[in-house]
Design a binder for this molecule. Structure first.
Ligand code: HDE
Length: 717
């Protein structure tokens, strides 16, 4: 730069131009490449609409060049000062950079999803084991085929900025980029749904969303309109029961089951069809938060689930799920063991139709850009591949219409399939043309069929490779009517079956959840009506909830029948891997460095994450302090170890909360004072004391149980 204030390009001299402001010290002064993403964080390559594998397309690599430019590529030397008539004068309309920058910012937001607005996603792969070949000829389910996937988890009710840990159903939507086109499995973490017919979706969602007058409460079902709807519309009782169970407050997206909910029809290479339900089984087991933990997390770390997923993937604890099928015969009445397979308020117990694993999904990479990928991804239950077809489930049929419709408005036009995250990894030869945000440059003159001018291209596929094969399924001759089968009128038997299948601790949580949710309602008649529904489900549950509400327990008006319980739906009882679980280690300057190092190493060795909590930041010897009394929150730890006492009362609260939430606690001899401060008996279940090495070993033995369930034998403090 000369005294004449040459431009960056060094040619044209502007006499008298003010000297540029020197850059802040910590900003690089020489152009350099941005830091590369960590190897396992780089998003997989995307492909162009023509199918060419290009890596991340140039258009989505914006902001990576050396020089700041306008949207038109003109370089800029100042982006901090508007063009003004003198340093204190008004801003000039001719400042194109100012107007472009602010105008673009003004339009940065797109409408959030009408439901499932809050989500988190990851890339990965699905590897099929071939077991599905007998029921479907879908290519991605054949032995050894590896398919890239993108999965988005979500809550349903809350806005995009709402807390992760609210009581709600979770979405579990998977996009398989198969060689035969995109296949979307758009499921939930609960196998049943609130309604039997899509025409009622606006009703159930309006009831669950905040009240239209004051727009509260956010992301909650604990309010009058939700329970008004559910108690009047009793087909919602089964789904409501699952939401009131611990399934409504998952510990982690990594520890959640997924369900396709509807029954689908599969067809194999011989043209034989079966009725099928999809299940995702997490390798880490299915686990929940406690309700108090969920509420604390909503304030202390509203991004709890999003952070957990991203941290685990970044740490290399790649979450995995098995994909399993329940396969049922394709009979004329589409009913299995008395369960109408077209009724989405019913699930088929695993004891009746076993889960058959057909492949495994591993999530390996976080998105590179939240908006481009997680926000713009568009799933659709109608994105099907050959070998998988829909059934007449009236809920599914309505969904087939809804998703593309909402996406046209959410993503600003009909060309969202061209967005990098939505592009198929197979060739696209559609004859869809033009429209808002068209980015493809189509060649040819004949986007119609039949044509002779483009050589007759594109041609029709043979029926074996064709999606939407329109299986010749009989439609019972009937009249046009707004009606449903009589079997859809059973609203209570599966809610009852589910409740009876839970362990006593889980049943206690269900009762507490109803007591909380109904306790938040103002209208007495709504509580009474919901108690009536509970009486029809289970008299004991109804009596407990009625007692908490201070209301009489009504007599049942319906007997739900005694279908045998399905122990498979209970979550307590098994032991699971602890990969990615977080263990807090309370230490200070006096802590023996050897104890600290061995404790951390033992935790690492089982794939869990040790976080050191000390009175102040910095380091303890060579070990970085990751949390202090100011920043540590009990909700982020699955277990705690004290190697030092702490004078800070917040440490006692940390242990007190962790104890209440049934977490394993380890206390080295030098740190016994922590237990006294938190008023925790040192012989309480799941509290281990002794030499540091023994404590960590015993603690890691407790963690595969998820929680120290014996603590629930005594009433919660
Ligand atoms: Fe959805 N649902 N849904 N849904 N759904 C949407 O589509 C809808 C239903 C599910 O991460 C919307 O693109 C109707 C069942 C997930 O992007 C919308 C009905 C199941 C996601 C829509 C249902 C789901 C959605 C909003 C009743 C489990 C999030 C934004 C017939 C099997 C996907 C969008 C993502 C999203 C409509 C019922 C799962 C409005 C009409 C049942 C996981 O189109």
């Amino acid at each position: 730069m000369t005294d004449d204030h040459q431009t960056d390009q060094g040619d044209i001299v502007i006499p008298g131009a003010p000297a540029p402001v020197p850059p802040p010290l910590d900003e690089p002064t020489e152009p350099r490449e941005p830091l590369p993403a960590a190897p396992d964080q780089a998003a997989p390559a995307t492909v162009t609409p023509t199918g060419a594998q290009t890596g991340i397309p140039a258009a989505s690599r914006a902001q990576q060049g050396a020089y700041l430019t306008t949207a038109q590529g003109a370089r800029l030397r100042d982006t901090d000062h508007s063009l003004k008539a003198g340093p204190r004068g008004p801003v000039l309309l001719q400042d194109h950079h100012l107007r472009e920058k602010i105008t673009h910012f003004d339009h940065e937001r797109i409408p959030e999803r009408a439901v499932h607005a809050r989500g988190a996603a990851a890339h990965g792969t699905f590897v099929a084991n071939g077991a599905a070949a007998s029921v479907t000829h879908a290519q991605f389910l054949q032995q050894g085929v590896t398919t890239p996937v993108f999965v988005r988890f979500s809550t349903v009710l809350g806005s995009r900025g709402s807390a992760d840990t609210v009581r709600d159903t979770r979405g579990f939507a998977t996009k398989f980029y198969t060689e035969q086109g995109v296949y979307d499995l758009v499921g939930n973490n609960i196998p049943v749904f609130f309604i039997q017919d899509a025409i009622k979706f606006p009703d159930v969602i309006h009831a669950g969303k905040p009240h239209p007058d004051r727009e509260i409460p956010q992301a909650q079902s604990a309010h009058d309109t939700f329970w008004d709807f559910v108690s009047l519309h009793t087909e919602a009782q089964a789904h409501a029961m699952w939401n009131m169970s611990d399934r409504g407050i998952p510990r982690s997206y990594r520890m959640m089951q997924g369900f396709g909910v509807h029954t689908f029809r599969m067809v194999n290479a011989r043209g034989e069809t079966s009725l099928v339900k999809f299940h995702w089984r997490p390798k880490l087991g299915t686990h929940a938060l406690t309700w108090e933990e969920a509420q604390l997390a909503a304030g202390k770390d509203p991004d709890f689930h999003r952070r957990d997923l991203a941290d685990a993937i970044e740490a290399g604890a790649h979450p995995q799920w098995d994909l399993a099928l329940q396969v049922m015969p394709d009979t004329e009445d589409e009913t299995f063991e008395g369960i109408d397979l077209l009724d989405p308020t019913k699930f088929v117990p695993e004891e009746l139709a076993p889960l058959q694993v057909v492949g495994t999904m591993t999530l390996t990479a976080n998105p590179t850009n939240y908006f481009a990928e997680t926000e713009q991804v568009a799933f659709h239950p109608g994105h099907l591949v050959p070998g998988i077809d829909v059934t007449n489930d009236p809920l599914l049929q309505g969904r087939l219409f809804s998703y593309i419709d909402t996406q046209i408005s959410r993503l600003g036009g009909p060309n969202f399939a061209q967005l990098p995250i939505n592009r198929p990894h197979s060739d696209v030869n559609d004859m869809l043309r033009d429209g808002m945000h068209q980015t493809a440059v189509h060649t040819g003159v004949a986007p119609y069929k039949p044509n002779s001018l483009d050589g007759g291209c594109p041609f029709h596929a043979g029926s074996a490779e064709s999606a939407f094969t329109d299986l010749p399924v009989a439609v019972t001759p009937s009249v046009k009517e707004r009606a449903q089968p009589a079997s859809f009128d059973d609203h209570y038997s599966q809610a009852s079956l589910f409740y009876r299948s839970l362990t006593p601790i889980e049943q206690q949580h269900v009762a507490e959840a109803y007591a909380f949710e109904l306790g938040k309602c103002y209208e007495q008649s709504i509580k009474e009506r919901q108690l009536q529904a509970l009486a029809n489900i289970d008299a004991g549950l109804c009596a407990t909830v009625a007692d908490a509400l201070g209301l009489p327990a009504p007599e049942p008006t319906v007997r739900p029948g005694g279908a045998p319980p399905s122990p498979a739906v209970a979550m307590i009882g098994e032991r699971w891997p602890v990969e990615g679980r977080v263990v807090g280690i309370v230490a200070d300057e006096r802590t023996d460095q050897g104890d600290l190092a061995r404790t951390r190493a033992a935790i690492h060795a089982v794939g869990a994450v040790p976080l050191v909590i000390a009175p102040r930041g910095g380091k303890l010897g060579a070990v970085p302090v990751q949390r202090t009394a100011h920043t540590a929150a009990s909700i982020e730890f699955d277990a705690l170890i004290a190697l030092a006492t702490s004078a800070d009362p917040r440490t006692a609260r940390l242990f007190d909360e962790a104890f209440r939430h049934g977490k394993a606690l380890g206390v080295a001899d030098a740190a016994r004072g922590v237990l006294a401060d938190a008023r925790i008996p040192d012989d309480a279940p799941g509290v281990v004391t002794g030499a540091a090495d023994e404590v960590v070993a015993e603690l890691l033995e407790l963690m595969p149980d998820h929680r120290v369930w014996e603590r629930w034998a005594a009433p919660l403090r």
